[in-house]
Ligand binder design. Structure first.
Ligand code: NAD
Length: 294
């Protein structure tokens, strides 16, 4: 409380809106919002807010990094999925009973935390972009469904790697809710089978070695080819073809921004980069009043 009072007394600039307040302090800004107090690098948040203000719409491409603040680990960061688990390729899944058991054991262990996760400030900021008419399309590599929970219209979301929310029979295509299959796993089933045809079940996600949906990929390529700006959030840009989309956008003349904690192979192409945590900078930039960002 004292800190907030001192900041208010010494502020270089103070602008209050109904929901949010900004206090400038030595090149950084404290951002007071309904979700708490956040310290953000003012330059990065300013620049992103200015970009959002100046373009008609932007395409957002998200990766696992936007969901780490919801408690879902990404793959490549310390503590990420790959420290404890080697992914099962689709070829291994189809050929080997041991691989199918390993695959489902991992899914059984990780589903409770994924299904309990809630959208964080980053997801909510992307939802707010849509409400303001600023979102052309939301391309995601994530399978967690948190963009839908944050209020983004499913018709604007392209899930490049499918979704964990649904399970499919690989033989007849029958669909099952993921929760139902979790109940069976917890009751002791090691590899769930289709009720109708006994085919192997697998979440409707794209495994390594598996082709993406041509339709979804084509739509994503079209969005990348025809956008004024693309903002990448929380992706290492090492998984293809998702990692090609920013290059395509840039080649077609779009502004490119990359908001990722670690360096990515495409940073050299970007017009704007930030190593800030996705949630705080997005919440700050999206909610920054025009008078501040101008
Ligand atoms: P990745 O693990 O390769 O990279 C994630 C990146 O996010 C890292 O470079 C890291 O520096 C950054 N990051 C982590 N937390 C961040 C934060 N709070 N703010 C900003 N940056 C942050 O993930 P990827 O590039 O999406 O590729 C991995 C693949 O794994 C994806 O295709 C996805 O399908 C799958 N995956 C999905 C989920 C999910 O649905 N939440 C989780 C793990 C993996």
């Amino acid at each position: 409380m004292n800190c907030i009072f001192l900041c208010l007394m010494n502020c270089a600039m103070y602008i209050e809106t109904v929901k949010n307040s900004w206090v400038g302090v030595d090149g950084e800004f404290l951002f007071f919002s309904l979700t708490g107090t956040i310290k953000v690098n003012s330059e990065g948040a300013y620049e992103l807010a200015e970009l959002i203000r100046s373009v008609k719409q932007l395409v957002v491409l998200t990766g696992a990094g936007i969901s780490t603040e919801s408690g879902i680990p990404d793959f490549r960061s310390p503590g990420g999925v790959w420290e404890n688990y080697r992914p099962v390729t689709i070829q291994e899944f189809m050929a080997d009973g041991g691989a199918r058991r390993r695959y489902w054991a991992y899914k059984k262990d990780t589903f409770p935390s994924m299904s309990a996760a809630e959208p964080n400030a980053g997801h909510l900021a992307v939802g707010e972009l849509e409400r303001r008419g600023k979102l052309q399309a939301l391309i995601t590599q994530n399978i967690d469904g948190l963009h839908q929970e944050a209020g983004n219209d499913p018709s604007l979301i392209l899930e490049l790697h499918g979704t964990e929310r649904c399970v499919l029979c690989l033989t007849c295509g029958e669909k099952y809710p993921r929760e139902l299959i979790q109940e069976r796993l917890e009751a002791g089933v090691e590899v769930p089978l289709c009720d109708g045809c006994d085919g192997w079940l697998k979440p409707a996600t794209i495994s390594f070695g598996q082709s993406l949906s041509e339709d979804v990929l084509q739509q994503a390529l079209n969005e990348a080819n025809n956008c004024e700006a693309m903002l990448v959030i929380g992706s290492s840009l090492q998984v293809h073809p998702a990692a090609q989309l920013p290059e395509i956008a840039k080649r077609s003349g779009a502004w490119l921004g990359i908001l990722n904690r670690d360096i990515t192979p495409l940073d050299y192409l970007a017009d704007w980069t930030s190593r800030d945590s996705a949630g705080s900078i997005l919440e700050a930039a999206v909610n920054m009043p025009d008078e501040v960002s101008q």
